[in-house]
Design a binder for this molecule. Structure first.
Ligand SMILES: *[C@@H]1O[C@H](CO)[C@@H](O)[C@H](O)[C@H]1NC(C)=O
Ligand SMILES: *[C@@H]1O[C@H](CO)[C@@H](O)[C@H](O)[C@H]1NC(C)=O
Ligand SMILES: *[C@@H]1O[C@H](CO)[C@@H](O)[C@H](O)[C@H]1NC(C)=O
Ligand SMILES: *[C@@H]1O[C@H](CO)[C@@H](O)[C@H](O)[C@H]1NC(C)=O
Length: 498
């Protein structure tokens, strides 16, 4: 075995060009405290022999052991702590704290909290300032409602660099019971193997193009090409394939089962591997040796031959014909112009225009810097959120008295249970783009501003003590998005939030 390392290294060097020769992450790269911690003082001595005991003994029990000296013990005092703009403002203002300029940030807001002496990894805290130093209005035990795909296990395809998939489901986000999501990558011409599942699948192409093929229970067939911004839908049980065209593809899948898993789909290869060959022979009227070249294992995601440019060559129909019109499994959503409002834009797709996708209602929302997807809730459905670009935060209020604020960046999944009030605020310097997905016949929400504007004024005044001036300003029409000050800490210096 002595040469194995050398052989592996030679193989690795022959396949990859190393950018740098860093052996492994260095202590301090992620900002961790590198001094003593938990009674260990790194770096520890490198030793070549074994010594010491795994356990202490009863002389160390309290009362037996000598008292420690607090003056010489490792101190928990954090010297020279830095604070960012807005950090000293009233915690109930809940200003967005940009921790990127603080090295390291401290979990303090308006006099609440205390410094952090570690252990810690600064990057998590900089990405999640509203978890680390929550707004003073956060309360109670709202469950976790956020899962970054960057923390998902990534399942590689079986072919050479063919692709991968990573998922969010109840295994990682237990509150997300009604929907699950998959982020899938296919290299040029690669396939997601022919398969079906018991969940219904709604897909949004994020990059590139794919060719889809499916057959329904009436024997009607379907082929179509979709590109970035287009949508498909396969009802539960409908067998389908997905092949990337020559630029490859990445797409988002949303399923109507929170516990859906990519590991749990029915696969055409497994179907052939799991049936007696005599029965396959009888069923397909093919000699037994016709099955000699079956794959030995499932293909899952694998490389394929290029799809013919002319899609009509792949259009095979029975007497039942093809799936088209209102039964179509695709919707070329990229060609739909968005509805624009001050502060951003919204595009809706739901069964009103894409009838096959029963119960799948979606909005693709763009929110400009400083603007807000207004405070609202969805009356009947849980909401599955996916962030495509930028950074934003969401506070979710749940009955009767709990709320929690989460920070999202591109690739993040969010979840809001039905009826829970929330907003989505752009906290970055670029447009925030996200998908809102519901299980509903049409995309609907209740706007708080509109609700109050259309409720008798005396009723609202008796409840909230708002002035006539504020009530005069409330919009009777639904805003969906409202503009705001891109300086998110302006209030701390006498400025305005809007
Ligand atoms: C028990 O532990 C103390 C402190 O580590 C050590 O000095 C002592 O020799 C130990 N006693 C026995 C009986 O091993
Ligand atoms: C496939 O053929 C059917 C007629 O059998 C036609 O209605 C349909 O438009 C064709 N689809 C494509 C993608 O060419
Ligand atoms: C595409 O293929 C169909 C069916 O094979 C054929 O009828 C048609 O002429 C082809 N179109 C082009 C542009 O080659
Ligand atoms: C789809 O259904 C709607 C509503 O029933 C109808 O107005 C429309 O013409 C149909 N479209 C197609 C392409 O069949």
């Amino acid at each position: 075995m002595p040469h194995l390392g050398g052989i592996l290294l030679a193989l690795a060097v022959s396949q990859w060009r190393f950018v740098d020769a860093l052996p492994r992450p260095q202590i301090g790269d992620y900002g961790e405290k590198s001094g003593p911690v938990g009674g260990v003082n790194p770096p520890t001595q490198i030793t070549t022999t074994t010594s010491g005991n795994l356990r202490g003994n009863s002389s160390l029990l309290g009362g037996n052991a000598p008292l420690p000296n607090p003056n010489t013990a490792d101190s928990a005092i954090v010297p020279n702590s830095q604070y960012v703009k807005g950090q000293n403002a009233d915690a109930k203002l809940g200003l967005y704290l940009d921790f990127n300029s603080a090295n390291p940030p401290q979990p303090i807001r308006g006099g609440r909290g205390a410094t952090d002496s570690g252990p810690r990894t600064f990057d998590y805290e900089k990405l999640n300032p509203d978890l680390y130093a929550p707004p003073g209005t956060d309360a109670g035990d709202m469950p976790n409602l956020m899962w970054p795909m960057g923390l998902s296990h990534n399942r590689a395809g079986t072919g050479n660099n063919a692709g991968w998939a990573r998922q969010e489901n109840t295994a990682v986000l237990p509150a997300a019971v009604a929907m699950a999501g998959v982020d899938m990558r296919l290299s040029p011409n690669a396939y997601r193997e022919l398969h079906w599942h018991t969940a219904s699948e709604w897909g949004l192409v994020l990059k590139g193009c794919v060719r889809l093929a499916a057959v329904d229970e009436e024997g009607r067939s379907f082929v179509d090409d979709v590109c970035s911004g287009d949508v498909w839908f396969f009802p539960s049980g409908i067998p389908h394939s997905i092949q990337a065209l020559e630029q490859g593809a990445e797409f988002l899948l949303v399923f109507d089962q929170g516990d859906f898993t990519e590991e749990g789909t029915f696969l055409v290869t497994e179907l052939f591997l799991r049936n007696p060959i005599s029965v396959l022979s009888k069923d397909l009227h093919a000699p037994v040796d016709a099955f000699n070249n079956l794959p030995k294992d499932q293909l899952y995601i694998f490389n394929g031959s290029p799809a013919p440019k002319n899609i009509s060559e792949q259009n095979i129909t029975s007497s039942a014909g093809s799936i088209h019109g209102n039964g179509s499994y695709t919707y070329h959503w990229s060609q739909q112009e968005p509805y624009s409002v001050p502060g951003g834009s919204v595009k809706i797709i739901d069964p009103i225009t894409f009838p096959v996708a029963k119960k799948f209602s979606a909005a693709l929302v763009t929110v400009q810097p400083g603007a807000l997807r207004e405070i609202h809730w969805h009356p009947t459905s849980d909401e599955w959120l996916f962030f495509l670009q930028g950074s934003g935060r969401v506070t979710v209020y749940g009955a009767p008295a709990s709320s929690r604020t989460f920070d999202f960046t591109a690739g993040g999944v969010g979840y809001v249970p039905a009826g829970c009030e929330h907003y989505i605020e752009n906290t970055g310097e670029e447009d925030l783009i996200f998908l809102e997905m519901l299980q509903a016949d049409r995309f609907t929400d209740v706007s708080v501003a509109q609700w109050l504007a259309l409720t008798p004024r005396q009723v609202v005044k008796d409840h909230l003590g708002l002035s006539d001036e504020v009530l005069d300003n409330l919009p009777k029409e639904k805003q969906r998005i409202v503009t705001g000050n891109p300086d998110l800490t302006a209030l701390a210096e006498g400025g305005s939030a809007f």
